[in-house]
Design a protein around this ligand. Structure first.
Ligand SMILES: Cc1cc2nc3c(=O)[nH]c(=O)nc-3n(C[C@H](O)[C@H](O)[C@H](O)COP(=O)(O)OP(=O)(O)OC[C@H]3O[C@@H](n4cnc5c(N)ncnc54)[C@H](O)[C@@H]3O)c2cc1C
Length: 390
């Protein structure tokens, strides 16, 4: 009998875990061996991070236990990938996990915060994204919320992450009657979204008394963000939410990458022979515009399965299929009970949209965590209904 093809998936975020779930039936039918490698034993619900950072979300709620989602005969290895072998033949992990290789590799190692060359970010600002940074940032922000003296938090980056953090924080500050000033630093609010959505977000920021410091950050110093026009924003805590770049391990492994360090892939999400890439770390091109698609969970959830199924097809000698991830819209929360964004091209805004965004997040939790994942979401729904406390 022919040996079962062995696939290694590096990263169990939105792309990697969805890729595994797409292969699960083949794994259970013993047609494939899959090993999923992830640095932590949880799947982090990144879109819910802004609520967590501002204390609106309890700690355990943001992480789903990977051991529930990935069960034998699939193999789950909790290990930090230190390097990808040249050309993507295998990954090398820290500790006893060592070298993990197979017949094919799906790289889904996500992205990291980028300072875009702005000096002082690493020393004086707290990035958004990694779990360790999130805990540190949450402690800092809760401290600021409890502070009896006037203090300020500057959120640098007015894209969706910055806007969600600034509005969630300002809402909490108002509920707690804290003397906290929230300043959002950026050239433009939600630059990639249509004018009606930008207007709704700007109105929400104004309503929540978030100060807008319009301009590009030129440098960060202790307690200070300097803008390119020479002005400065003083703040006790500086949150860096200006953007991301692909996980640096990808650039180091010799596969072709773009200026953001994302691996260049073809329409099948193939980077090299039996090496596929999906999610934030892949430069996936829109078939119509030729532009690289956005780094979002929504697209990662489509790219992961597309890449994983194509890898399995390649290993069986079958033809791969084009992967055409589609953005159905994008929703940005503006505090807990308000959101704005686009749905099928139309600008939408309001409390219903906030509920819809939460529903989408719960659906993902259900897909990944089953009923327990759903219960987690429902439980939060009950907590959400309670008055905000700090
Ligand atoms: C605050 C915030 C809010 C967001 N809100 C939204 C939103 O509302 N809607 C939306 O569509 N998108 C949103 N995004 C973007 C979205 O989260 C990402 O696009 C998505 O997570 C990308 O999926 P991914 O699988 O490529 O990477 P990730 O989900 O980041 O997964 C990468 C995985 O690789 C693992 N990993 C990384 N390095 C190593 C290593 N060296 N060794 C082992 N494992 C490793 C990580 O632990 C992780 O499990 C948000 C992002 C942030 C930060």
């Amino acid at each position: 009998m022919a040996r079962r093809p062995r696939i290694v998936i590096a990263g169990a975020g939105y792309a990697g875990l969805a890729g595994y779930l797409a292969l699960r039936a083949q794994v259970r039918a013993r047609r494939l061996d899959v090993t999923l490698v992830n640095g932590d034993n949880w799947h982090l619900l990144l879109p819910e991070l802004p609520l967590y950072l501002t204390g609106a979300e309890p700690e355990g709620e943001l992480r789903l236990d990977l051991r529930r989602a990935v069960q034998p005969p699939a193999r789950l290895v909790i290990a930090h990938v230190e390097a990808i072998e040249p050309g993507g033949a295998a990954v090398r992990c820290a500790g006893s996990a060592g070298r993990i290789g197979g017949d094919g590799l799906l790289l889904a190692l996500g992205s990291v915060s980028s300072d875009f060359g702005v000096p002082g970010v690493a020393e004086h600002a707290v990035p958004v994204g990694a779990w360790g940074d999130a805990q540190h940032l949450r402690d800092r922000l809760l401290q600021e919320l409890h502070s009896r003296t006037h203090s300020a938090v500057a959120v640098v980056g007015a894209g969706f992450t910055g806007v969600e953090i600034a509005t969630a924080l300002a809402e909490r500050a108002r509920a707690a009657r804290a003397t906290l000033e929230v300043v959002l630093v950026g050239q433009e609010v939600l630059p990639s979204l249509p004018p009606a959505v930008r207007a709704a977000a700007t109105a929400a920021l104004r309503r929540l008394e978030v100060r807008l410091a319009s301009g590009r950050a030129a440098a960060v110093e202790a307690g200070l963000v300097r803008l390119e026009d020479g002005s400065a924003v003083r703040a006790e805590t500086i949150v860096w939410a200006a953007g991301v770049r692909a996980n640096p391990l990808l650039r180091a492994c010799g596969l072709p990458v773009n200026h953001r360090g994302q691996v260049e892939v073809d329409e099948h999400l193939r980077a090299a022979q039996a090496v596929y890439c999906a999610g934030d770390c892949a430069a996936v091109r829109d078939a119509e515009t030729g532009r690289t698609v956005a780094a979002t969970a929504q697209l990662a959830l489509q790219e992961g399965p597309g890449a994983a199924l194509n890898l399995a097809r390649e290993l069986r000698g079958e033809a791969p299929r084009p992967v055409r991830p589609r953005e159905h819209g994008f929703l940005v929360s503006l505090g807990r009970a308000d959101a704005a964004g686009t749905l099928s091209g139309a600008a939408v805004h309001g409390g219903d949209i906030a509920a819809l965004k939460r529903l989408i997040e719960r659906y993902h939790a259900f897909q990944v965590g089953g009923l327990r994942g759903l219960a987690r979401g429902l439980l939060r729904g009950v907590q959400d209904a309670a008055p905000a406390r700090v």
